[in-house]
Design a binder for this molecule. Sequence first.
Ligand code: AMP
Length: 197
Amino acid sequence: MLNLVIFGAPGSGKGTQSAKLIDEYSLYHISTGEVLREEIASGSELGKLADSYISKGQLIPDDLMISILDEILTRHLKDREGIVFDGFPRTIPQAEALASLLEKHGTELHAVIGLEVPEEELIDRMIKRGQQTGRADDNAETIKNRLAVYHNQTRPVKDFYIGKDKYIAVNGSGVVDEIFADIRKGIEQATGQKSKK
Ligand code: AMP
């Protein structure tokens, strides 16, 4: 299997590069943000609760987020070649839970790809995405909160994985295909796995 986390600040290109990863390595994509947005769109109780955090740029509480992920893994891990985790983990307790959940399912995390993008570029990209897609949390006020949450709660996850020798830093500025070429190189160096294409 090849289990990867795509990591980075909001607006760093995790969704774009995930799409390329799942295609190149035949992986299953789990985007916790997308799962939550689908719940909001369906009008479920979980969606209403999630919206109360997302609209303020805050994180969904760890216990809830971890139980959602556990349920997704139980349903989707079997018979897969691997998973791309996009937007999870965002806190140290989530990173610890991910290791336990993967172990419970008889597998492990192989590498964390960290997309590194300067802050001004992150803000520009999110403002543009908001204009193009109408994504509700891509507005100036919420973006500010999401970046603060990233620095305070999510950034320590990078050091957690550096300490475990799993973090692959990739320059996330520039042309999408060139960034992806660097990701492929990083995966091959770190795990020895080549794409099937
Ligand atoms: P994303 O699409 O990954 O940018 O996520 C959008 C929003 O969903 C975030 O700003 C959080 O409010 C929420 N969210 C997504 N993933 C997580 C997570 N792993 N933990 C807590 N909240 C999350």
